[in-house]
Design a protein around this ligand. Sequence first.
Ligand SMILES: Nc1ncnc2c1ncn2[C@@H]1O[C@H](COP(=O)(O)OP(=O)(O)OP(=O)(O)O)[C@@H](O)[C@H]1O
Ligand SMILES: [Mg+2]
Length: 668
Amino acid sequence: MSFPRFLITHLRGQRLRVSVAVAMTFGLVATDILSAFPLKFILDKVAHHQDPTIPFAGGLLGRLDSLGGRDELLPAEVHTQMAVIVFSGAMFLVLSVLNALMTHLQLRIAASTAQNLGRRLRTTVFAHLARLPLDWHGRQRTGDLVQRITGNVADIEKLVTDGLVDLLSGILTLLGIVAVMAMLSWQFTVVSMVIAPPLFLIVVRYTLAIKAAAKRTAKAAGQVAEVASEDLTAIAEVKGFTLEEREEANFARHADRQRAAGARGGRLQSEFSPLVLILLAVGNATLITVGGWLAAGHGHRFSLGVLTVPEGAVTVGSLTVFLAYSKLLYQPMKNLSKLMNLTSSAASGAERLQEILDEIPEMIEPVRVYRGGERLRGEVTLRNVVFGYEGGEQVLRGVDLHVPAGRRVALVGLSGSGKTTLVKLIPRFFEAWAGEVLVDGVDVDDYPLDLLRDNISLVLQESVLFEGTVRENIALGRPDATDEEVAAAARKAHIHDTILGLTGGYEARVREGGKNFSGGQRQRLAIARAILRDAPILILDEPTASLDVEAEAEVMRALQTLVRGRTVLMISHRLSTLGSVDEIVVLDRGRIVEQGTYAELSRAGGAFARMLDEQNRFSAGVGRDRTGTHTVVRPAAAGETRILPVPPAWRRLIDGGPADQPLQEGAR
Ligand SMILES: Nc1ncnc2c1ncn2[C@@H]1O[C@H](COP(=O)(O)OP(=O)(O)OP(=O)(O)O)[C@@H](O)[C@H]1O
Ligand SMILES: [Mg+2]
């Protein structure tokens, strides 16, 4: 979409404002042009005994003729000098007041139009971003997206506030002035225009160069912002790996590039303005000398090649008009550079916004009309599902899985085997390459997206909290929940007491992303959120990964109450947490290699039994046993109680076991 079309599209609904602003601009230019005339009237009257010719307000001047005497007037003169002087003074005042009023209106309308446009762009782009699929987001840089919503929109706003009005008034002023000057004396107009061609050349050349420099500066600034935001989000990693110096050097390199580009722009600008001033001075000097010579009378004429300015063509009054106009005339040309910069950054900003808007959002409404109920039972089926991330290899290579409604299933497997990926296909975060993902026997593509997702509660590996209060964060999926319901959910997630300990309790603020909470607290808040949401399908991606042993045991107990009567898909690395599930599914490199109850699989001698053995072996290797680091597990299917050791890598952290203990792949 071209830039003007982009503007017109997004200015829809603001036509009236825009029309008024345009009308004001016409009015402003007219008052600017006309306000050179009062002085001309007076000078021509006094110096040349010429009566002003006034198209509409002529009668008004006649009424003032009682002012002043007629003694010194020539026979052809109609109005008195005093009348002309008073009239001119009043005209100047009226024009100036009108000008001020229209300037006020115009600025106000332009600013509010720009703000409305900015808000509209921001919200449109943001809403679109939220609807773009996760795999698209995975390929973007967050800093860059944020820059588009903030910086690029601001550029467009600025153009609408300052630029467009200036552009229009510049064009109108140029046309108006040339027309009025030509009416006064077209020959003298030509003379006064001698500097126009070189001025035009300078303006065009410099504006292009300045524009290019500005573009380079903006690009460098974007990179600086990107590097800064990337490093600051990963500040803990930077410190942890003592990358400060490396990152400083990297950042300095980008900052230097921005400096160089900015400096070039500044240098060009510093040459540009003085050059224009010198040319203007040459033009004005020509006007003053030639005009003065002509206006002096005495039959003076001025010839330039074939062109001759005839005698009497320039009066003292006309000369003042020309001089006043020379300023008005070159101002728009000078503004051109600013304008071209504004326009080019706004246009490239619009392009970057349009790029986002052109991305195809997730399909919200299914192709086929959905006629089922709002609440699903929670049966999940995957049929020969093949999936990989964009540009990558297959991550799931033909997965078949059937989870009847109400069953609790654990997904285990080595890191990278595709567990998280598998569960993300159910709420349609990604679309399968081949095969089918069904919920209650209906393809997930055939559900309205919101309905499908409303039936799924998610607790992800890394839970994120939002700005707001603790209460709001828990009630995220059900904003209408009562305080009692929120507290009950928090109690079940074993976070209630912690919340009461905060200053403000449930009204305590959550800072950016939940920075002021520990990983385990965040996780338990997310679990409380899932409990409150009460969806038929619950997906837990290592919900206890960042909890200590006791908290883990508590949360697992909480989860057992939570999971009753719902379909649960729980991912876990810690086999010790799997006692209470109905079925265990073992994933290996994108395929299901084993499936059965805890008892069956541990006896079967397959992949699961091997993983279990590994964990036991490492635990035995540690040599020291502390009952406190064991979790009581009740394999539901087997109906027996068993004590499983805590994974070794973990234990090392807990009780400071041998540091050279090899890390079991997959254990955390
Ligand atoms: N957003 C992504 N873009 C590209 N590739 C991805 C993305 N997420 C995961 N992968 C790749 O898909 C594979 C499976 O990842 P997945 O997160 O499903 O593993 P996982 O079994 O959950 O592992 P873990 O136990 O470590 O969480 C990995 O090889 C990973 O590199
Ligand atoms: Mg994972």
